[in-house]
Write a protein that binds this ligand. Structure first.
Ligand SMILES: Nc1ncnc2c1ncn2[C@@H]1O[C@H](COP(=O)(O)OP(=O)(O)OP(=O)(O)O)[C@@H](O)[C@H]1O
Ligand SMILES: Nc1ncnc2c1ncn2[C@@H]1O[C@H](COP(=O)(O)OP(=O)(O)OP(=O)(O)O)[C@@H](O)[C@H]1O
Ligand SMILES: [Mg+2]
Ligand SMILES: [Mg+2]
Lengths: 253, 253
């Protein structure tokens, strides 16, 4: 049974794309068959994997009804990519289609080879429109990255409202996970933010905090994941450990 | 003649809100009459100024045609706020109105007391929809914050496409400025990103780079600007200097 996980937070720059790419690769390195789908018109998942981000992808699946398997690309061993494609932004602004608009991604995945995978990770844009709704309706789980600063913490209440509304509309419950990202452990603020997240979301915060690590900011410029770029970095260690948290559904106390 | 400046980048977490709040306060401290308008449904400008972000604001101006002066709040000496308001997200998804939808903010500002101010700064969401279009059509200048990492640099090409398309549609030219934010000067990556931004945008990069400074990440949690919170920090120094760059239109070579 495939686990479909949306990586989402309407707060910008918290590490959604970094988590999608590196958690995806870590799960593949642990022997799982993984697909990552880029639902963000910025198309930075492809860039981070060293793949041209102008190729057609999920945009033509959602706009034209093309099959996912016609746009699926090989990225690494056991890791495939469905890129954003250059026209994804158009889908955010379509008006026709009514309720059916929200279920296109779910239906396209069900009709594709991806439903036989172990994991599907979906990178989401920093907004709360139709792209995010499609990701939520297609997913059974949600990982919300929260970076170690106050505005990211404050933005969580809005994120929870968006999640609750989506569950009410679709009648479809999504299991929530949070992950601490960009943690500068020497900073008092970081420790305070993690403490508050653990307090507000007991049993839902994945065990491994992701530390701030310059290699994670550098590797996308080479089109490499952290595991291609620097296996012995703290970034590689943390995302490998996060993958086993996800596999074992291991939360911090 | 009021200078209306949109602070915009569809890339998330690059310091748009931090720049709007602290540049706004710095300009006020240098004797200018300033208003900040929050066009991001996250409503974090109000939070950063210690003001309740559930009050009505620009949302009812855009949705109901209310006058800006009825929702304008006093924030600091010579610094007023028009908050986002809790319903701003609704405006992003309206369908009726055609071309007129894009000009509501401009018209509301022209009919308000804000047109007698020295500066109006407009914080934008990390997306490219109707809210961003309204901000661009209302502005004569644009400041694009670029943080010291590769994905922020890579996102610039898309930001420039959005700007070009908006200028073509509206026939209205906007003067472009960029500012380097979250610069960790010890990191090689940061220096490389700043070098490339200077190369691609000669004469358009504001002189002062904003250094990474934990006080800038802490102060929003107290509802304070950097000048309320820690006047002698590098964050306060940098934003004060950025304000005089903006006043003198001073770019780096
Ligand atoms: N743990 C980390 N250590 C260092 N840098 C990081 C870390 N996580 C993310 N970054 C860097 O921070 C920036 C923002 O991360 P990323 O782009 O993944 O966030 P995002 O939430 O996907 O942003 P957006 O909201 O624009 O989609 C990137 O340049 C990335 O390289
Ligand atoms: N120079 C800096 N030094 C340290 N922290 C900073 C700096 N600039 C911004 N930050 C922190 O980085 C985070 C992101 O900044 P901010 O929220 O202003 O970005 P944004 O572009 O407005 O994000 P969004 O795309 O979600 O609107 C915030 O928590 C902020 O406090
Ligand atoms: Mg992203
Ligand atoms: Mg912001």
């Amino acid at each position: 049974q495939v686990r479909i996980i949306a990586i989402m937070n309407q707060k910008g720059g918290v590490g959604k794309t970094t988590t999608t790419v590196n958690l995806g690769h870590a799960l593949a390195l642990q022997g799982k068959q993984v697909a990552v789908i880029d639902m963000d018109p910025q198309g930075q998942v492809a860039t981070s994997l060293g793949i041209d981000n102008q190729q057609m992808g999920i945009d033509v699946v959602l706009l034209e009804g093309d099959a996912i398997d016609t746009v699926k690309l090989h990225a690494r061993d056991r890791l495939d990519l469905v890129p954003a494609g250059p026209r994804l932004n158009e889908f955010e602004h379509i008006n026709e289609g009514g309720v059916e608009r929200g279920h296109r991604l779910r239906k396209a995945i069900e009709a594709s080879s991806l439903s036989d995978y172990d994991f599907i990770l979906i990178d989401c844009p920093p907004s709360s429109g139709l792209l995010g709704v499609n990701a939520m309706f297609a997913s059974s789980e949600l990982i919300v990255p929260v970076s170690g600063d106050y505005l990211s913490l404050q933005g969580l209440s809005r994120m929870m409202q968006i999640l609750k509304r989506s569950e009410e509309i679709s009648g479809h419950r999504i299991k929530l996970w949070l992950v601490s990202t960009r943690m500068q452990l020497r900073r008092k603020l970081t420790a305070e933010v993690r403490k508050r997240v653990l307090k507000y979301f007991p049993g839902r915060v994945l065990f491994t905090p992701i530390r701030e690590n310059v290699a994670l900011a550098e590797c996308p410029s080479f089109g490499k994941t952290i595991f291609d770029y620097r296996k012995k970095s703290s970034g590689a260690e943390d995302y490998f450990s996060l993958a086993s948290d996800v596999l074992n559904r291991r939360a911090a106390d």
